[in-house]
Design a protein. Structure first.
Length: 95
C-alpha cells in the first residue's frame, strides 16, 4: 500500500498499466480494515493508494499526472473538504 507522499507513476497515453490503480479516501479508517481491504485488492491485481480526506485526494490526483486512477472510493463526511466537493474538483481536473 502506498501512503501520502509517494507519487503515482505517470503512464504514457499509449501504454496500459499492468495493475488497476485505486484511490481509497477515508477519514479515520480503522487500520485493520484498511489492511484487509488492501490485501484483498492486491490479490486481485490492484494497487491501492490512500488519502486521508478530500484535500489529500485532490492532491493525489494532481500528483498522478495523466495516468490518474482507475477507481476512487471516497468517504463523503470528511474534514477540510468533503467527498462531494472533492469529486466536483476532481471531475474538473480529470474529466
Amino acid at each position: 500500500m502506498k501512503v501520502r507522499g509517494e507519487r503515482n507513476p505517470i503512464v504514457p497515453k499509449n501504454e496500459s498499466r499492468s495493475r488497476t490503480e485505486l484511490l481509497l479516501v477515508e477519514f479515520k479508517a480503522p487500520k485493520d480494515l484498511v489492511n484487509a481491504f488492501d490485501a484483498m485488492l492486491k490479490s486481485d491485481g490492484c494497487e491501492v493508494y490512500l488519502a486521508a480526506d478530500g484535500v489529500d485526494a485532490v492532491l493525489r490526483l494532481l500528483e498522478g499526472g495523466e495516468g490518474g486512477f482507475d477507481f476512487i472510493l471516497m468517504d463523503y463526511l470528511m474534514p477540510r473538504l468533503n467527498g462531494f466537493d472533492a469529486m466536483r474538483i476532481m471531475k474538473k481536473i480529470a474529466p
